[in-house]
Write a protein that binds this ligand. Structure first.
Ligand SMILES: CC(C)(COP(=O)(O)OP(=O)(O)OC[C@H]1O[C@@H](n2cnc3c(N)ncnc32)[C@H](O)[C@@H]1OP(=O)(O)O)[C@@H](O)C(=O)NCCC(=O)NCCS
Length: 177
């Protein structure tokens, strides 16, 4: 699937080095919650899981249109009865932050979720003091639904976490359907 700036593609075995580098980098992981300490072997296993077709999650590598691997995103906890899923994203290559790639990747996943998978609700959680991510989600139409106080322990401090969501009706309204 392609947006204006990025392409979402399936994971390949050779992506393990990049994943290991991103998720070992504290400047990246501090935005994601408590550290997870994932080994390279873990990332290889993750790629096997991501490549296996699954009904409850879809994992994508994000690459620029000229083929540079820059991040990871997808949908998990897909609930086919209530037609909802959690969105997650990491642009792991820090030099690409703030260039619109995250927004474009999210817009591409939103189209997949509503137009192809027929979901009704996309939700996510984000540290309230992650303004770049919150802005990216708000640009894509996500609204703040609640604040989970002291939900996540990061960098020696309990941090508040926002619950945000985008409904199909909001999506349809913004594209004039
Ligand atoms: C969050 C993330 C996916 C956003 O993707 P991105 O490509 O960097 O973001 P974009 O360039 O599409 O949009 C960022 C927006 O935030 C704004 N922004 C950046 N820093 C900001 C700040 N300190 N305060 C307010 N807004 C800020 C940018 O100006 C831009 O908005 P604009 O287009 O109106 O100018 C990416 O930065 C990332 O992966 N970060 C590390 C991991 C992470 O935080 N993941 C999300 C966990 S919930």
């Amino acid at each position: 699937m392609q947006g204006k700036l990025v392409r979402l593609r399936a994971y390949e075995k050779s992506d393990a080095d990049a994943l290991f580098r991103w998720f070992s980098d504290e400047e990246v992981t501090r935005w994601l919650g408590p550290p997870a300490f994932r080994s390279r072997a873990h990332q290889e296993k993750f790629i096997e899981l991501a490549q296996a077709s699954s009904d409850d999650a879809k994992y994508f590598a994000i690459e620029t249109l000229d083929g540079k691997l820059v991040g990871d995103c997808g949908l998990r906890f897909i609930d086919w009865k209530s037609r909802k899923a959690e969105f997650f994203i990491t642009i792991g290559e820090k030099q690409f932050w703030g260039k619109g790639l995250g927004t474009d990747a999210l817009r591409t996943v939103i189209r997949l979720a509503f137009d192809k998978m027929n979901l009704n609700r996309l939700w996510l959680t984000v540290l309230v003091d992650n303004p770049r991510a919150v802005r990216c989600y708000e640009k894509c139409g996500f609204v703040r639904e609640g604040l989970m106080r002291q939900e996540s322990y990061v960098d020696g401090k309990y941090r508040d976490v926002l619950l945000m969501a985008l409904l199909r009706e909001d999506y349809d309204r913004t594209r004039g359907a």
